[in-house]
Design a binder for this molecule. Structure first.
Ligand SMILES: Cc1cc2nc3c(=O)[nH]c(=O)nc-3n(C[C@H](O)[C@H](O)[C@H](O)COP(=O)(O)O)c2cc1C
Length: 475
């Protein structure tokens, strides 16, 4: 059964021993640094209360999904399921989803407190300054920005970083290719402001629909209903007509005027590859009102170095897995990505000479998200692609770098720190891609020296018999 709201999810995570409450931290850098240190140790969810300068009850949560167990909890999967099976379950679930439209209700807890006029001040909430060189307090790091197409009933949702700006405004960085941007641009072309809601805390399954790419015209709220297995409850706003998630923690309502009427200097903000890249004049939400629940919880999800696990399992890489299956490449055992999707590992059962290369070329040809994923590794079916140590072992013992590595020139992302300022100015956003065939050579794979690792059946039986001496070890 789906969680009704963020606090229900946090209570369930706490029951699993996956949550710690921290009292007295400062929103100014301390919460961000504790979050970073905790994530690097694969620690629990952090719920900050009694934040310096804020009343008790005005809380911030971070690292909310950052373990496979938390991902399983949020998706209703068994928490002890092996990681790769969890990703497979997510792939199968998302492939079979049928949209579930939101259910309209007349009221809900989000209406417990309403701030309007001068009182609608986003600094009322303890938005952290997450990293040392950030250009402001980023209140929206796991937000859902809801807009509606002016020409149809299509309600779009996307996650775009939101920073508190002066004059009761939030800046949003919405890239040109986002559906949310196309919708706003339609209003702007008519000289109008685009009505918008910025949702700042909801349960994880609902949130996960927001950064996922769904087809234009399909609402991510319907997708969220499908992920939850029940509709998202919404209240129709009498101000903008937009659907306000009834069980959200904090919702900012306002409008985004055309860029030539209002904008703000946005950034820098520590980004997911682990560097600062973007700053610029970006659009703003002029706030009309802020709704929030009693004892609100601001959902925080700051970008951290990609050595941490932000979502427990790399949900975005299922697009590569599906792509390989859809292109008819046989024998795919599983796909995983490491370093926040920058290195993709494909495990397969080789069936013909060149099979691994075919899979690598297909995987490297898909633009599935980050844009700066440059390393693609194919491994045999005895290697678990979700275990980076196993992938490294295969790379170090099955690859002849002279013959099993190929390098292509390809596109990359504007966030790629390796593009020189000069190339950036020329718009030359390209980077090499490395295809590494870490499989045993197909033609003599049967003569390849045997591994001295126990086989799975023997390991499993031994584990069952002796696990009391091994518990705490990650198999
Ligand atoms: C944590 C997180 C933060 C994101 N921040 C941004 C952002 O600041 N700007 C942006 O354009 N996309 C950002 N994205 C990606 C978009 O949310 C994603 O592309 C989404 O599909 C856009 O939705 P839309 O095409 O319906 O507008 C972020 C994704 C995640 C997971």
């Amino acid at each position: 059964m789906a969680f009704r709201d963020l606090r229900e999810y946090l209570a369930a995570a706490s029951d699993l021993g996956e949550l710690k409450v921290i009292e007295g931290a400062d929103w100014n850098l301390e919460i961000g640094c504790i979050t970073e240190l905790g994530a690097e140790k694969f620690g629990p969810i952090l719920l900050f209360d009694s934040i310096k300068g804020y009343p008790r009850g005005f809380r911030v949560v971070s690292n909310f999904l950052a373990s496979p167990r938390r991902f399983a909890l949020s998706m209703g999967l068994p928490p002890e399921m092996p990681r790769l099976e969890m990703l497979r379950a997510w792939k199968d679930k998302t492939r079979a989803l049928k949209p579930v439209a939101p259910r309209e209700v007349s009221s809900g807890p989000i209406m417990e407190n309403i701030l309007t006029g001068n009182d609608a001040d986003p600094e009322k909430f303890p938005a952290p300054k997450w990293h040392q060189n950030d250009g402001g307090r980023y209140i929206g790091t796991a937000d859902m920005v809801i807009t509606k197409d002016p020409d149809s009933d299509w309600v779009n949702v996307g996650t775009y970083r939101a920073c508190i700006q002066s004059g009761r405004r939030l800046s949003l960085w919405i890239l040109e290719d986002r559906d949310g941007r196309h919708i706003a641009a339609k209003y702007w072309a008519r000289g109008k402001a685009c009505p918008a809601l910025v949702v700042l805390g909801c349960e994880p399954a609902t949130w996960m629909a927001s950064p996922v790419k769904v087809e234009p015209g399909v609402s991510e709220l319907d997708y969220a209903g499908a992920l939850r297995g029940e509709p998202v409850e919404v209240i129709k706003s009498e101000l903008t007509g937009l659907p306000i998630p009834a069980h959200a923690e904090i919702v900012v309502e306002g409008e985004i005027p055309p860029l030539d009427q209002d904008s703000a200097a946005e950034g820098p903000f520590g980004e997911w590859p682990g560097y600062y890249a973007h700053t610029g004049d970006e659009c703003v939400v002029r706030i009309k009102r802020i709704m929030y629940r009693n004892d609100p919880i601001l959902l925080g999800n700051p970008p951290l170095l990609p050595i941490t696990q932000r979502y427990g399992v790399p949900i975005f890489v299922v697009r590569v897995w599906e792509h390989l299956e859809n292109t008819g490449i046989p024998g795919i055992r599983g796909v995983w990505s490491h370093c926040n999707n920058l290195l993709v590992a494909v495990s397969l059962r080789q069936q013909f000479a060149g099979h691994a290369t075919q899979a690598l070329i297909a995987a490297a040809g898909l633009q599935y998200g980050p844009g700066m994923d440059n390393y693609f590794v194919a491994v045999d079916e005895d290697i678990d692609p979700s275990d980076l140590n196993q992938v490294l072992w295969a790379m170090c013992t099955r690859v002849d770098p002279l013959h099993q590595v190929q390098i292509l020139n390809s596109w990359t992302s504007g966030l790629d720190p390796r593009v020189s300022p000069e190339r950036r100015r020329r718009g030359e956003l390209t980077m090499g891609r490395m295809l590494i065939d870490a499989c045993k050579p197909f033609t003599w794979r049967d003569q390849y020296p045997r591994s001295n690792r126990f086989d799975d059946a023997f390991r499993e039986a031994t584990w069952k018999k002796w696990q009391e001496f091994l518990s705490g070890n990650d198999r």
